[in-house]
Design a protein around this ligand. Structure first.
Ligand code: SF4
Length: 388
């Protein structure tokens, strides 16, 4: 019986340096009411010139996105950063695990900067290395570890990616999860899927045809994950009990209500949504898939989208000829993504322009090498690797 009782680090709090960081911004932030914030960010960015490359995740606020040199999902942005080795500073407007991935994929001469160190990811925080090592020990005790291939979603800490690299495992994104899982099943009879149970379940059941009851959930806060040795031995997929606090909110009831209210509406959701929501949706796919679907949709069509609200609002504004709405009754931004705001960006850019390197995100060499192993196994697979 093994368990590690590590608390989930709530937003911006906690000091487990092996997980998503949650510390205070060390600098003097300009007040949000400063009317010159846009001018200050523009001036600082211009002063830095080609020395800085600003990445903006799709879920970022408009006030931040306007300064991004490139926008995209986490993996695309990390690769975009790697394609700019001349940029001394990579300012990542996203969350901590994304900045880690960018640090792994960029050169030692480049510094990756996160404007607010408290911008973690609640999903990534749900799988801490000590917990995963305890789970692996339980799999060994159950006599199945040598049959298990660990697969981690891009949305995980560098520690977890490195764990997968050390144990014959691999990284996946939301668009290649099926290909990656098939690769894993060519190498073992079981998959340990981290940290998003919903992406794991949706892929296993809907893409690979694995029966729902062959998916079990490992609860890191329960002894032996809350599972018996027999349940572990009988399972095909062991899903880590993690989820996205944003995508996990969408409910099947809302889908039913919208269909009743707006006949012909299309329900388009991200695979981080609950299985019951995905089952009721018309289309499911990554953020890039969602963007492309709306771009290609005919004028006059109606869409309810189950993903982060900043992106949905931008899509609605960009496509006034279509009816684009949010698949939830209440406002639901990613609160950690939203920690990156204009004051933090101004502070970051002005600090860098003044020669002060702030909020650098670094991954130690061994962890980076092991994580790179897991990433490379994904990159070597045929098909799409972008999008999440
Ligand atoms: S949207 Fe979900 S998975 Fe993405 S950063 Fe926010 S909490 Fe993490």
């Amino acid at each position: 019986m093994t368990t590690v009782d590590l608390p989930l680090l709530p937003l911006g709090r906690g000091v487990d340096l092996n997980s998503e960081r949650g510390v205070e911004c060390p600098g003097d932030l300009p007040p949000a009411s400063d009317p010159d914030l846009v001018a200050r960010a523009t001036a600082a960015k211009a002063a830095l010139g080609d020395k800085v490359f600003i990445l903006g995740h799709h879920y970022q606020r408009d006030e931040v996105i306007q300064f991004a040199d490139v926008t995209g999902d986490s993996f695309k942005l990390a690769r975009d950063a790697a394609a700019r080795p001349d940029a001394e500073y990579i300012v990542f407007c996203g969350v901590h695990f994304m900045a880690e991935s960018a640090d792994i994929l960029t050169t030692d001469d480049q510094a990756v900067v996160l404007p607010d160190l408290a911008a973690g990811c609640s999903m990534a925080d749900m799988a801490v290395l000590g917990q995963v090592e305890a789970a692996w020990k339980a799999l060994e005790d159950a006599g199945v570890a040598d049959q298990v291939v660990p697969v981690t979603y891009m949305n995980s800490s560098a520690d977890i990616k490195a764990f997968c690299g050390r144990h014959g495992g691999v990284v996946c994104t939301s668009s290649n999860a099926q290909t990656v899982m098939e690769w894993a099943f060519e190498r073992g009879s079981k998959v340990l899927f981290l940290p998003d149970q919903h992406l794991g379940r949706n892929t296993a059941v809907l893409k690979l045809g694995i029966p729902l009851d062959k998916n079990v959930v490992w609860n890191p806060r329960k002894p032996n994950g809350g599972l018996t040795a027999e349940e572990i031995q009988d399972a095909t997929v062991i899903l880590w009990q993690g989820h996205c606090s944003v995508h996990g909110r969408f409910s099947p009831d809302t889908v039913d209500a919208l269909r009743a209210e707006i006949p012909g509406i299309n329900i388009l959701v991200h695979p981080e949504c609950q299985h019951e929501v995905v089952l009721k949706a018309d289309l499911v796919g990554s953020t890039e898939f969602i963007i492309q679907t709306i771009e290609a949709a005919p004028a006059g069509s109606a869409w309810a989208i189950g993903t982060e609200l900043n992106l949905v609002k931008r899509l609605a504004a960009a496509h006034p000829d279509k009816r684009v709405m949010f698949l939830d009754k209440t406002v639901c931004y990613c609160s950690t993504m939203n920690r990156i705001d204009l004051p933090h960006l101004v502070w970051t850019l002005e600090s860098l322009a003044a020669g002060h390197l702030v909020n650098q995100i670094t991954v130690d060499a061994q962890t980076a090498a092991d994580a790179q192993t897991a990433l490379q196994r994904m990159l070597d697979l045929p098909g799409k690797t972008e999008r999440d």
